[in-house]
Design a protein around this ligand. Structure first.
Ligand code: 0XW
Ligand code: MG
Length: 367
């Protein structure tokens, strides 16, 4: 199975119902990059990378496509058999840019899964479940409205909520956390996500003012170093998200003992194959984590779910997919869908989703 052609597409994904608001940025539309790899024996594999705008983390859509342009020509003619060899070939053409390589890694696994007749979860070590929990992300908004939506989402079956805070005064953030807790109580687990937006001082204040509420505090401050200073000064467990820029960052956080869990993003960590390493490191230390991406359509959603299915359920903090904020699906026949706050693991070979032919228009690049 050799790579014959690579088509690259750009898909515009407007945010359903307006704006997705976080401390670090407001986003209204996302530009997703898709790679379609066609092999000489007639298989087609898909990968996707979709930064949530240029500010959330040091990734952006044009950067992804520029990195794809460096990598793709070197893959033409390559045998799709060893993911390690293909990763080495990518590294020999471009240093870093894991978020672009992640799209290729997904497509290679999609191809191998189809060739071998197994779902990608099997290639990642094997599924432990056929249904994974999702979580709902409540954007920064008026506290009463946030609490109302929180209650609705728990009724809809979500076992976990993420309350976004930051970028406004402390009083509103504290009110949002209290009101969500009053609305849902123990019916859902709660993460409070600062998206890098709080100072260390504000994080300590929020921790004290919400002392009795059992939430995990996700990426409260900008850097891992700032977050490290919270150790022993806050009582809520602290999770890292944006700071997990690569595998080494995760190794560092675990070995320093400054993270009680993680919000992992498949593309930020360089792809599904690299994610299996941090998944296994977390298993060694009994650390919980999510399996998400920053955004994306059905290809990224499927990738997250295949990986999530391989995580020990007691440490699985849920898979966030963008479905609630996106109109429609890439694959209307086999979409990745949230039902009662959970997502069925695709069982078909490969990723199990195929975009409708022609739906992304003409490729923006062909190799
Ligand atoms: C909730 N998410 C997974 C979606 C947005 O990209 C932000 C992200 C997060 O947890 O920061
Ligand atoms: Mg987060």
């Amino acid at each position: 199975m050799r790579i014959d052609r690579i088509n690259v597409y750009s898909a515009q994904l407007p945010v359903k119902n307006g704006v997705y608001r976080m401390a670090s940025a407001d986003v209204e539309a996302l530009d997703s990059t898709l790679v379609e790899i066609v092999t000489d024996d007639g298989f087609v594999g898909w990968g996707e990378t979709c930064p949530i705008g240029p500010v959330y983390q040091p990734h952006h859509a044009l950067g992804a496509r520029a990195a794809v342009a460096e990598i793709a020509p070197g893959l033409i003619g390559a045998e799709v058999a060893s993911i390690r060899l293909l990763a080495k070939q990518m590294d020999e053409r471009l240093n870093g840019h894991g978020y672009a390589k992640a799209a290729f890694d997904m497509a290679f696994l999609d191809l191998l899964g189809q060739k071998l007749g197994v779902p990608v979860s099997t290639l990642l070590g094997g599924a432990l479940t056929d249904r994974v929990p999702a979580y709902y992300s409540l954007i920064v908004g008026p506290p009463d409205e946030t609490a109302r939506i929180a209650a609705d989402k728990v009724t809809a079956g979500y076992p976990r909520l993420q309350v976004k805070i930051g970028g406004r005064n402390l009083e509103e953030d504290v009110a949002a956390v209290h009101k969500v807790w009053e609305a849902v109580g123990y019916k859902a687990r709660i993460a409070v996500d600062g998206n890098r937006g709080l100072t260390v001082a504000a994080a300590i204040h929020l921790d004290r003012l919400c002392q009795a509420i059992p939430f995990v505090f996700e990426q409260p401050c900008n850097t891992m170093d700032e977050i490290a200073t919270l150790k022993g000064r806050v009582t809520h467990p602290v999770y890292l998200d944006e700071s997990t820029e690569d595998q080494n960052a995760v190794l560092r956080a675990i070995s320093l003992g400054i993270a009680d869990g993680f919000g992992f993003k498949v593309t930020r960590l360089g792809g599904l194959t690299k994610m299996t390493t941090v998944r296994d490191l977390c298993a060694i230390r009994s650390l919980p984590h999510s399996c998400d991406d920053a955004w994306g359509g059905d290809i990224i959603a499927a990738a997250c779910i295949h990986l999530a299915a391989t995580v020990e359920p007691r440490r699985m903090e849920g898979a966030w997919i963008a479905q609630e904020y996106i109109q429609g699906h890439f694959d209307a026949k086999h979409p990745v869908v949230i039902s009662q706050g959970h997502i069925a693991v695709p069982q078909r070979p490969g990723l199990g989703v195929k975009p409708e032919p022609g739906m992304f228009g003409k490729p923006v690049a062909i190799y």
